[in-house]
Design a protein around this ligand. Structure first.
Ligand SMILES: Cc1ncc(COP(=O)(O)O)c(C=O)c1O
Length: 393
């Protein structure tokens, strides 16, 4: 059994660090920032409240489900109530709960390639078969590719927009085409909206907002991990039709009983704070420009400006060719050894000629990382990164 390759990079970086190396990691799929003080204080207050010391309900805290439903209703322009929401141990768990509710043994779920490996992993964990669907040149799902990959065993397509690692944002017409395809083929849509706050094109729409009539065949997944820098708190959710929520609730009840109440209270505080995600998006937009410009300044690297998310996903095949390396894994290993810089090889995402570089880190970290990249790989422009950052402010 293989573990997620992203965690493998993190483990190697940690091992180097333990030997005293000054490792910078742009490998993690998470904000480097700490959770907000309001979140931490809500958790402390919750821990002091004896009500949180006892069992809660499997479906999740009522106030949290109510806020989640309101948020999803706003995003999707369709009505959702707290009864339609199940709280999960992060969005990944929510995806698992959705998939296990939808499939029987041998059923297939379509996942984007390149795409986040977690999508395929949850399908496998739920006993299904993940089927990679090659995305188009802008890393978007297309009806042509879905047609090629769909079979009578296809139960759902996981649509993540903005996506990881590509940052691809599916524009309205494309979302409508995918929705029509799902309806025509009697396939469900699992809309993974975890990066909803990080859209730099100002065109983000949740699929239901453009195809509200598909509400009965759509599961909306989200969480506080990315928007609120809360990956460690493990709180996410799904909003779905009643039979899926019933199945998810039963699964939660039979396994984890419920998501820890203190963590749910922390998530409740996060959802009451609309400023943190907006400020994070503003900072990421700026850092994205800086990183992409630096990457494009290195011979053999071509990096499109990602529409959303928190990653640059450069094509490094020119560099691999020049240096006689076989894949992004060779480059990633070399960067870790020579520059003590951790990035994720494209193999993790079905894209061996690429690497994934996270820009959800603070300015100083990003600047140092860019300087190291330029030192070991050379750069067409040798201006210090800090000047670009100042200029972009
Ligand atoms: C596309 C996507 N969905 C879901 C998740 C998981 O989020 P969570 O930490 O809430 O489980 C990730 C994490 O990297 C992700 O990239």
């Amino acid at each position: 059994m293989t573990d997620n390759p992203i965690f493998a990079v993190a483990a190697k970086a940690e091992a180097l660090r333990a030997q005293g190396a000054d490792v910078i990691t742009l490998a993690a799929g998470e904000p480097q920032a700490a959770s907000s003080t309001a979140v931490v204080e809500a958790a402390v207050a919750a821990a002091r409240d004896p009500a949180t010391h006892h069992y809660g309900t499997a479906q999740g805290d009522t106030a949290l489900r109510t806020l989640v439903a309101t948020m999803i209703a706003g995003d999707t322009r369709t009505p959702w109530s707290r009864e339609d929401v199940q709280i999960a141990l992060g969005a990944k768990h929510a995806l698992f709960l959705a998939v296990q509710a939808l499939i029987g043994a041998g059923d297939e779920i379509l996942v984007a390639a390149p795409g986040w490996p977690g999508h395929a992993e949850v399908v496998t964990a739920a006993g299904g078969t993940p089927v990679p669907v090659a995305t188009d040149e802008r890393f978007r799902l297309s009806v042509e590719a879905l047609d090629r990959c769909g079979t009578p065993r296809t139960r759902a397509v996981i649509l993540s927009s903005p996506g990881n690692p590509t940052g691809a944002v599916h524009p309205e017409p494309r979302l409508r085409q995918i929705a029509d395809w799902a309806e025509r083929n009697d396939v469900r849509i699992i809309s993974d909206d975890i990066y909803r706050a990080f859209d730099y094109t100002d065109t983000y729409r949740s699929v239901l907002a453009v195809a509200p009539h598909l509400r009965a065949r759509t599961v909306v997944v989200g969480g506080v991990s990315k928007e609120h820098a809360m990956t460690g708190w493990r709180v996410g959710w799904l909003a779905a039709p009643p039979e899926i929520i019933a199945s998810a609730r039963l699964h939660v009840s039979r396994t984890i009983t419920h998501v820890p109440t203190v963590n749910q209270r922390a998530a409740l505080a996060a959802l009451g704070d609309s400023t943190t995600p907006v400020e994070a998006a503003r900072d990421y937009r700026r850092r994205r420009a800086l990183l992409v410009e630096a990457l494009n300044g290195i011979d053999g690297i071509e990096c499109p400006l990602p529409d959303g998310g928190m990653f640059a996903f450069p094509d490094v095949s020119g560099l691999l060719r020049d240096r006689g390396w076989n894949s992004g894994a060779d480059l990633a290993a070399w960067l870790l050894d020579t520059a003590h810089l951790a990035v994720v090889p494209g193999e993790a995402f079905h894209a061996p000629g690429h690497i994934r570089v996270c820009f959800a880190v603070d300015d100083d970290t990003l600047i140092t990382a860019i300087e190291r990249l330029r030192t070991v790989l050379g750069s067409a422009r040798n201006e210090p990164a800090v000047h670009h950052l100042e200029a972009a402010r």
